[in-house]
Design a protein around this ligand. Structure first.
Ligand SMILES: [Zn+2]
Length: 119
């Protein structure tokens, strides 16, 4: 019982049988994935909306106060974000230190500015 290796003889004819490369070339989902990725990129792109306040003045306000020393009116800028507070500012006319009491209401609007002498 001697078996002839027939398979060896058939190899030379050039028919490859099944080539595994044919499987991958069918329908690759790469294109669909790319489209989805692009959609995701565009969807996730942050939309820039300039939401600057319409007033543009900011949380500060210019007020005119009278100096308690020389009684000259001068303009000063108060910061409404600090709420009701007080600070010292030199008079722009006589250069004496004035204690400015800033009153800010509950609605964030300026209630009033009271200058006071420090001597
Ligand atoms: Zn003054």
């Amino acid at each position: 019982m001697a078996r002839t290796p027939v398979a060896d003889g058939r190899r030379g004819r050039g028919r490859g049988g099944h080539a595994p490369v044919a499987r991958g070339s069918g329908g690759t989902p790469a294109a669909a994935l790319d489209a989805a990725a692009i959609d995701a990129l565009y969807g996730l792109e942050p939309v820039y909306e300039p939401d600057a306040p319409a007033s543009g003045s900011g949380p500060t306000e210019f007020v005119v106060v009278e100096c308690p020393y020389c009684w000259e009116p001068f303009e000063t800028q108060v910061d409404l974000t600090a709420g009701t507070t007080s600070y010292v500012e030199d008079c722009q006319v006589c250069c004496q230190p004035i204690e400015l009491s800033i009153d800010v209401g509950d609605d964030g609007m300026l209630d009033g500015v009271r200058p006071a002498r420090m001597d």
